[in-house]
Write a protein that binds this ligand. Structure first.
Ligand code: NOJ
Ligand code: NOJ
Ligand code: CA
Length: 708
């Protein structure tokens, strides 16, 4: 008997180890992401530097910034110890799909897709990053090694376009080596063939025109739809844990909902998109947050990006950053899922803007304690910057010339560890506690987990802080950073109503103090759900604390969900068979104690894209739009507002309007078109509801006349 028990215990442990990893896959709030421009990081395999099929695109001298410089997937793998030592838990790597092979005449003398954004074959791996046969070997090897080190792999995914239509391979697209189409040879309509986007505030141009000369994929074409979704699932099968979706404002918005749905239905994942520019000053800001709130796709936080650059690199007051966060928190439902960053491969590096390491450290400390999932651009921790042409693209894509243990490296490591040990950072609320032009004191709180951060960005002035209140319990708190950024201790007296006074104290010039307590939660508490939307049958993970070690229950709108796995901090359940709608999810521990609820959207069924056209709609004035509304959650449940109805629709053929929307496969839906005027007043079309049976797979089309 004994040996048997021993073996089964081992199998149980193995199963646990394997599944714990899978379970955590959806809790991206706990991650710190390190962004790598693969070509510029480390050359781990010189044999792929100048492959035959794309010979001549490599520059061994690293002086031509538009050429490949030799970095590759094997190089990232060789530097995993360095990456792990930094404390980051995920890497975001350049698009790894096979890119165009020909020199771009515009580069001098070489123009290459070293950045990865000029795809030719989404089913294969780029030869400069992997091997000359475009196999998955190097990718698989990197993923396995990264997972071994507890590091997730996020693949940049640019499915808006293939490559330049006016140069190189002229848009040519392949399916696992088989030619599909090029700009001049596209009998099946795989591309849009429209001019370059001229008006970046025009919803139609944004989605259907050409982005900077890049051959625009027609995602409504059933072949392209299937090709892109199959390719993404192939990356998931090869272990990709998440995707950064390039240019989501330029692919078809409605279609992207079905893309997210396929990815989440296939495997646990996390998706965040580049919606440039989703800050509150943008005319399409409302579209930007509506998309993030409803699609299941989070977004890179350009609002915080701009404010951080203005405040930390520039000399703007902290009020700009404080108001950016306040505004976004009011509009984005999943604010702790926003992906925060102050540098990227598309903007000049912080130290180019302001060559001041103190300020860089302060920005890093803010980034790593701010709400949202932080991204650190490779090389920032080595203080790398090239200031040619103001350090703009391509000079921000520097060669990773050192791998030293700098102060920034240590700082990132400490704060990445805090995200693991104190849930206030990943799940907590946000509260400004004290502010002036140079000083920002803010608090994160998740039940009894509290982190209070004080930053003084002034290089010479100390400040006396009086009147600071905190929810930290009475006591003395040493600086969690141990003085690394000149931080000081804090003593707190007891007060009332979550306002415990800190008395008066002084914070030094150029300092960051981090005071924290990991007090835990009084009972089961939920901080995260992922994905945030899905149909019955989908796997969903909720994360938090004190769930207990024995399985309790999870209910979606009162309906019990099957539990796939249960641990103290993470539970995966299957969405039960409930009617479509937006519901609270209730976790109850085995003890009977109930957690806080968290929102989840139950779809009617898996999604397929359908293009709706309504001809002869009533006339509109500027700011009036036609919307679609109907009888399921995917159609807004007969909502009649900008946020609840589906749209705005697009009117390149005014007064005919169209829109691509993702709808429940195989379901017969009822719908109508409405006009929502600029002032919010609603005009319904007359007559009976239209009805349409959504295809079970592929794509759909429906065209009707506006009923007068
Ligand atoms: C945004 C990417 O971040 C940028 O680097 C790229 O060139 C464009 N999208 C086009 O893919
Ligand atoms: C686009 C405008 O922005 C919208 O408000 C208007 O209804 C239509 N064009 C028709 O003029
Ligand atoms: Ca190489």
């Amino acid at each position: 008997m004994k040996p048997h028990r021993h073996i089964s215990a081992q199998i149980w442990l193995l199963a646990l180890a394997c599944c714990t990893h899978i379970l955590q896959a959806q809790d991206f709030k706990k991650q710190v992401i390190y962004q790598i421009v693969t070509d510029r990081f480390y050359d781990g395999d010189p044999s792929n530097d100048n492959p035959a099929q794309s010979a001549g695109l490599y520059d061994s001298t690293k002086t031509n910034w538009q050429a490949y410089w030799g970095g590759d997937l094997a190089g990232i793998q060789k530097k995993l110890a360095y990456i792990k030592g930094l404390g980051v838990t995920a890497i975001w790597i350049s698009p790894t799909v096979d890119n165009e092979n020909k020199n771009l005449a515009s580069g001098s003398p070489i123009g290459s897709p070293y950045h990865g954004y000029d795809a030719r074959d989404f089913m294969r791996v780029e030869e400069h990053f992997g091997d000359a046969a475009n196999t998955w070997k190097a990718f698989d090897s990197l993923v396995a090694a990264a997972h071994q080190d507890g590091i997730k792999v996020i693949v940049d995914w640019a499915n808006n376009h293939s490559n330049y239509k006016g140069g190189g391979e002229q848009g040519a697209l392949y399916n696992n080596g088989v030619f599909m189409a090029s700009d001049a040879n596209d009998p099946n309509g795989y591309f849009h063939h429209n001019p370059d986007i001229a008006d970046f505030n025009d919803r139609y141009q944004l989605q259907y025109y050409t982005l900077e000369g890049l051959e625009d994929l027609n995602q409504e074409n059933a072949t392209i739809d299937n090709y892109l979704k199959t390719a993404m699932q192939q990356f998931q099968a090869h272990g990709a844990d998440g995707f950064r979706l390039d240019a989501i404002k330029h692919a078809t918005w409605g279609w992207e909902y079905s893309l997210a749905n396929i990815v989440f239905s296939n495997k646990p994942s996390f998706l965040y998109g580049e919606w440039f520019n989703n800050n509150s000053g943008d005319p399409l800001y409302h579209d930007a947050y509506k998309f993030a709130n409803k699609s299941g796709i989070s977004e890179l936080d350009f609002g915080v990006n701009q404010a951080m650059r203005d405040v930390f690199a520039g000399d703007k007051n902290f009020s700009e950053l404080d108001s950016a966060i306040t505004t976004e928190n009011a509009n984005f439902v999943w604010q702790n899922d926003l992906v925060t960053f102050f540098d990227s491969h598309d903007e000049s590096r912080f130290l180019t803007l302001n060559n001041n390491k103190n300020r860089l450290h302060e920005a890093l400390a803010f980034l790593l304690t701010c709400r949202g999932i932080p991204v650190i651009l490779y090389g920032d921790e080595q203080y790398l910057h090239i200031d040619t042409s103001n350090g703009n693209d391509p000079y921000d894509r520097v060669w990773m010339s050192s791998f030293d243990k700098t102060s920034a490296y240590t700082l990132i490591g400490k704060l990445a560890a805090l995200r693991q040990s104190n849930d206030a950072i990943a799940y907590g609320s946000w509260k400004q506690r004290w502010i002036n032009n140079d000083v920002y004191i803010y608090e994160r709180q998740f039940y009894n987990d509290v982190v209070l951060v004080a930053i003084n960005k002034n290089g010479s002035a100390t400040y006396n802080i009086s009147g600071l209140n905190t929810v930290l319990p009475a006591g003395t708190y040493t600086d969690y950073l141990g003085g690394l950024l000149n931080g000081v201790s804090l003593s707190v007296q007891s007060g009332s109503g979550g306002n415990n006074p800190a008395g008066t104290f002084t914070i030094p010039a150029n300092s960051v103090s981090v005071w924290q307590i990991a007090g835990g939660t009084p009972g089961p508490a939920v901080g995260s759900i992922g994905p945030t939307i899905g149909q019955p049958g989908m796997s969903v993970t909720i994360a938090g604390d004190q769930f207990g070690s024995r399985p309790g229950s999870v209910a979606v709108n009162g309906a019990a969900a099957a539990i796939q796995s249960w641990s103290n901090a993470s539970v995966t359940f299957t969405v039960p068979n409930v009617a479509n709608g937006i519901y609270p999810v209730q976790l109850t521990a085995a003890s009977g104690a109930k957690a806080n609820t968290i929102q989840f959207t139950v779809l009617t069924a898996k999604l397929v894209p359908v293009t709706f056209t309504v001809n002869h709609a009533p006339s509109t004035n500027v700011g009036d739009y036609i919307f679609l509304t109907g009888n399921t959650i995917e159609l807004g449940n007969w909502g009649t507002t900008f946020d609840s109805a589906v749209g705005p629709m697009l009117d390149p053929n005014y007064p005919d309007w169209f829109l691509n929307v993702s709808l429940p496969a195989g379901v017969t839906v009822q719908f109508k078109f409405i006009k929502i005027a600029a002032d919010g007043s609603v005009t319904w079309e007359n007559g009976n509801n239209h009805s349409f049976m959504v295809p079970v797979s592929g794509t759909g089309n429906v065209t009707v006349n506006w009923q007068n």
